[in-house]
Design a protein around this ligand. Structure first.
Ligand code: FMN
Length: 334
C-alpha cells in the first residue's frame, strides 16, 4: 500500500508531499478508517521514569505545531515528539527548503523552525485526545539574540510542562544561525541549570516531574561531546537525543542537491550519528538514557543504534522512505 502512495507523494515537491501525507492521515483518522487499521506494537519499556508501549518514536520536525498528533498516534508509535516550537510564530526560510535525495535515502532540509508559536500549539494540545507519551521540542526564535536565548527556553518549559511527558531542548538545528553555539559549555551549563531549577519548582508546586532531554548535533568534536556529557551528568539531565541532522555531505557528494545548505538526514547520516552515539554512551554509560535519531531506516540500522547504547529510537527519514510499516518492524525486532 505505501509503495503506491509513495510513488504519488514522491512525484510532488517534498514540502507539498509532506502536508499532503499529513492531511491524508488526518482524513483517515476523521473518517474512522485508520482506527480499523490501528495496530500498536507492544514491547513496553520504562525510560526516564516513563512507560513507553514500544521504543519507536516519531522525531521532531514532522508535526511542528501539534496539528496531527491524534492522526499520527493511530500508526502505533511508542511516543511522538512535536516541535520545534519557538515562542513567537515565524515563517522559516524561503522555499524551496526541503530536498529529497532519493537515491541515497537522504533528506536535506533548511526549514528554519517554521512554526506557529507557543500560543497556537497550546490550543492544539488542549484539543488532542492523545494520552500517550508526548515530547515537546522547544527552541528559540531566529531574532532572539543568543544572549537572551535562555528566556525563550524558560518560557517554553513554563508553557509546556503541563502537556508534555518530556521536554526536549533543541540546541542542535543547523538552520537557525548561531543556535548550535548554545552547545558550548558555558552557555549550556547555564541553560540547563536554569531549566533544572524550573523543573524542580514545577515538581514542588505541581507534583509533576517533567524529564528534560537534550538534543545534540552529530557534528560535535570528541572534546565538545565530552564537555556536553559532563554538564548533562552534572545537571542530571534525564535523556539525550543523539542526533540532529549534519551539515556534512558524506555519501551524497554525487547528488545534485549536495550543495544545498541545510541539515542532512536519513541513511547518509547513519554512520556519523551512530559513531557519535557510541562515543556518547562511553561517556555517560547508564547514567543518562540515549534516544537515537539519525538514519534509522530498517531493523539493521535500528539494531546498530541499540548496540551503540540507545534505549529508544526515533525515526523521521526512515518513516518517509519506508512508510508506517517501519514502526512495527522496529518495535518488534529482537
Ligand atoms: C524536514 C525536517 C525537519 C526537521 N525539523 C526538526 C525540528 O524542528 N526540530 C528538531 O529537533 N529536529 C528536526 N529535524 C531532525 C529530525 O528530528 C531528526 O533528528 C533527523 O532528521 C535525523 O533523523 P532521521 O535520519 O531519522 O531523519 C528535522 C528533520 C527533517 C528531515
Amino acid at each position: 500500500m505505501y509503495s503506491i502512495l509513495k510513488k504519488i507523494f514522491f512525484a510532488l515537491d517534498p514540502e507539498t508531499a509532506h502536508y499532503a501525507a499529513l492531511k491524508s492521515l488526518d482524513l483517515a483518522k476523521r473518517s474512522g478508517l485508520s482506527r480499523c487499521l490501528k495496530n500498536q506494537p507492544l514491547r513496553p519499556v520504562t525510560v526516564m521514569g516513563l512507560s513507553f508501549p514500544n521504543r519507536i518514536g516519531l522525531a521532531a520536525g514532522f508535526d511542528k505545531n501539534g496539528d496531527y498528533i491524534d492522526a499520527l498516534a493511530e500508526l502505533g508509535f511508542g511516543f511522538i515528539e512535536i516541535g520545534t516550537v519557538t515562542p513567537r510564530p515565524q515563517p522559516g526560510n524561503p522555499k524551496p527548503r526541503l530536498f529529497r535525495l532519493a537515491e541515497q535515502q537522504g533528506i536535506i532540509n533548511r526549514m528554519g523552525f517554521n512554526n506557529k508559536g507557543y500560543d497556537y500549539v497550546v490550543k492544539r494540545l488542549e484539543k488532542t485526545d492523545y494520552r500517550g507519551i508526548l515530547g515537546i521540542n522547544i527552541g528559540k526564535n531566529k531574532d532572539t539574540p543568543l544572549e537572551n536565548a535562555i528566556d525563550d527556553y524558560l518560557l517554553g518549559f513554563r508553557t509546556f510542562w503541563k502537556y508534555a511527558s518530556y521536554i526536549t531542548i533543541n540546541v542542535s538545528s543547523p538552520n537557525t544561525p548561531g543556535l548550535r553555539d548554545l552547545q558550548h559549555s558555558d552557555f549550556l551549563a547555564r541553560l540547563l541549570c536554569v531549566l533544572k531549577q524550573e523543573q524542580h519548582a514545577v515538581f514542588l508546586n505541581e507534583k509533576k516531574h517533567v524529564p528534560l532531554v537534550l538534543k545534540i548535533s552529530p557534528d560535535l568534536t570528541d572534546n565538545e561531546l565530552a564537555d556536553i556529557a559532563e554538564i548533562a551528568i552534572r545537571e542530571k539531565i534525564e535523556g539525550i537525543i543523539s542526533t540532529n541532522t549534519t551539515i556534512h555531505r558524506e555519501g551524497v557528494e554525487n547528488s545534485p542537491y549536495a550543495h544545498e545548505p541545510g541539515g542532512l538526514s536519513g541513511l547518509p547520516l547513519f554512520k556519523r550519528s551512530t559513531l557519535l552515539t557510541s562515543r556518547l554512551h562511553k561517556f555517560v554509560q547508564d547514567r543518562i538514557p540515549i534516544i537515537a535519531s539519525g538514519g534509522v531506516m530498517d531493523t539493521r540500522t535500528g539494531k546498530e543504534k541499540l548496540n551503540a547504547g540507545a534505549q529508544l529510537l526515533q525515526v523521521y527519514s526512515g518513516f518517509i522512505y519506508s512508510g508506517p510499516d517501519i514502526i512495527s518492524q522496529l518495535a518488534l525486532m529482537d
